[in-house]
Design a protein around this ligand. Structure first.
Ligand code: ZN
Length: 315
């Protein structure tokens, strides 16, 4: 049966320092911290989720901040995470990055202009203007709604075997190849956000997982029933998905595609309002039921963090 994903659900990366992470993604980029929880596989580490006002699929970047080893961006990873802003907003973002001492460069790909920069840990980010995608209704720290990041424009994939990765994008995820230029092949999914995936055509040597690198990219499934079909579908293509895992805000399966990138497929529901009210998302440390009895100890081991408006920022 023909299947296709609407696009990126979320992207998850490693960083060193939790407060710096909050300051950059909330304070500089103006995203909303929509969930403050822990790594369910390592409860001494935060799991922080940033997105639009509701943390809709296609807008969510998530982090595990801990003082571990630094990674190296390379093959088998999402190389660049792309954010999309409304038409005409790029000049605002140039000024904003300058005011926070974040250096950037300008690049062009497939006729679009990209503002390219790094987060404090070296994660590669870029901002592009597009008409597609709903406006975020979250305004923070001097970023008005007409300039705010709408969510992901997409991502640039760095593969160790690009033709195999592209095969998975087409045959398994149902993305359409739309354009090709010298260094990149462009794929599109059906959704209006998180829907443009560029693959670096040159095979790249393996990156090293660690701070400043993306751990995985998750693709959208409509609901639990659709998700179960995705699992079967992935398995039928000779990939090896994990069992379905309850991630509290979505269900997940993971598999490594043959170019080395860790893919996840995640359900749109239930979303971030499943355990707190939409107007106070991200304010309290939320724990899944099975960790609640250890709350005091867990809280004691986590560094305090604060979402705050910034006067200045030291990258
Ligand atoms: Zn994930």
């Amino acid at each position: 049966m023909e299947r296709h994903t609407d696009g990126i659900h979320h992207i998850t990366a490693f960083v060193m320092n939790a407060q710096k992470n909050v300051d950059f993604y909330a304070g500089v980029l103006g995203l909303r911290l929509v969930k403050k929880t822990i790594n369910f596989d390592a409860p001494e580490v935060y799991h922080l989720y940033f997105g639009n006002e509701a943390g809709n699929p296609g807008t969510i970047i998530t982090f595990f901040p801990y003082e571990g080893r630094k990674g190296r961006i390379g093959g088998g990873q999402v190389g660049i995470t792309t954010y999309v802003v409304p038409l005409g907003a790029l000049d605002f973002w140039k000024e904003r990055l300058i005011s926070f001492h974040v250096s950037y460069s300008l690049k062009t790909r497939f006729g679009e202009n990209y503002l390219t920069f790094s987060d404090p840990d070296g994660l590669q980010l870029e901002i592009v203007e597009r008409e597609e995608g709903d406006l975020s209704h979250w305004s923070f720290g001097g970023v008005s709604i007409d300039k705010a990041i709408k969510g992901f424009g997409g991502a640039v994939l760095y593969s160790t075997v690009p033709e195999k990765t592209m095969n998975v994008l087409e045959q398994v995820l149902g993305l359409q190849k739309v354009e090709q230029e010298e260094d990149f092949i462009r794929y599109k999914s059906k959704g209006s956000i998180g829907n443009v995936i560029d693959v670096n055509i040159a095979a790249m040597g393996w990156g090293i997982s660690g701070a400043g690198t993306v751990h995985h990219i998750a693709w959208r499934a409509k609901d639990n029933e659709d998700h179960a079909s995705w699992r079967t579908h992935v398995e039928q293509h000779g990939l090896h998905p994990t069992p379905i895992i309850d991630r509290q805000y979505f269900n997940a399966i993971y598999f490594r595609e043959k170019g080395g990138i860790l893919f996840e497929i995640a359900t749109d529901p239930p979303g971030f309002a499943v355990d707190e009210q939409p107007d106070v998302l991200g304010e309290k440390l939320m724990l899944p039921e099975w960790f609640e009895s250890n709350r005091a100890e867990i809280e004691k081991n986590l560094p305090p963090i604060q979402v705050r408006e910034l006067e200045s920022f030291k990258p």
